[in-house]
Design a binder for this molecule. Sequence first.
Ligand code: G3I
Length: 360
Amino acid sequence: MRVPAALLPAGLVSCLAACGGSNGPTTPPTPTPSAGPAWNEVTPLRDAAAARHKLVGAAVFSSGLAAEAAYAGAAARHFDYLSAEYEMKWDPIEKTRGVQDFSGGDAIVAFARANGMQMKGHALVWHQAVPSWVGTLSAPELRIAFEDHIREVAGHYRGRVRAWDVVNEAIDDTSFGLRDTIFLRALGADYIAEAFRLARQADPDAELIYNDYSAEGMGGKSDAVYALVKGLLQRGVPIGGVGLQMHISASGFPPLADMAANMRRLGALGLKVNISEMDVRIANLPGNLAAREETQRSVYHDVVAVCMAEPACESVTFWGFTDAHTWIDSTFGPDDPLLFDAQYGVKPAFDGVQDAYLGR
Ligand code: G3I
């Protein structure tokens, strides 16, 4: 159901009022039903993607796939490329050193296989979602743990994932140098190349990806990502692709021409490109819900169309697919960032994506 801002939970409504947001009545009227069709009443998005020889993906979590029929049904109907939003990261796998729990990721992999979908592993090396015990290690001990982690996780999923986000978000947002992380401090700048080499040893076939945000267009950070991956290639490091996360606001995102130019220069290196974590926030757009969702549709369409037009761009993955489950904390108004509303009704954003895949 597309819930107008006025229908937000009372707690958020009071916060919005106190936090300077504008939200309307604090006693919401009866929620209105979704204006769009249900998730199972529209042509599968994955059919349009297959016709275009591109992948269309979503980040998911295993308990939703197991417990929510609409969540599982919509995921299976519309997507052919799944990412684990959280459960294949280091912390959920190895909260205690040497004790690994692959159950969450394994459940998502099993769901993907049962529904003819491919898997992208996310993410072997990231400065977040690191088990707390890692922070207690000396540099030599951390090197051993780092190597064990990559070998064991990539080895566990060998033959079951199409690709891995091997290193995630290693470029600093302001200096555009390497982000100051526990891995850089303990292992030196070569930790990135080492991660890719270890992943390749553990999985000879997976496409190995460097993934980052705010590097979608042309500018300092995307230049730094370009230089990083070009350097890795020149050193013979087995990198096969770059993930451009695409967490954007409908009111401000890189020029489409810059996105295309960035994808093209990465493609010219022989790399594949993924739009890897797309969502489009609309909370700070003017107008009513219908107007904001129309703008969102247009943004989704135009950005996905850039990927469709670039041979190097092989996939678009959305970071969730229903507004019922998004990482985005809509403190100052409903960002409603995804393709289906909170009741799994189809939003104009879905139509925009489908039209882009269909070349309309
Ligand atoms: O599953 C546990 C639950 O058992 C526990 O009770 C609860 C409270 O501690 O935490 C739950 O885990 C949370 C997990 O999401 C699943 O909901 C973690 O605390 C929370 O940190 C984790 O957040 C994820 C975040 O990455 C950090 O791993 C978000 O869902 C996920 O959307 C976000 O995704 C990242 C990408 O990996 C990288 N790019 C940016 C993107 C957005 O931050």
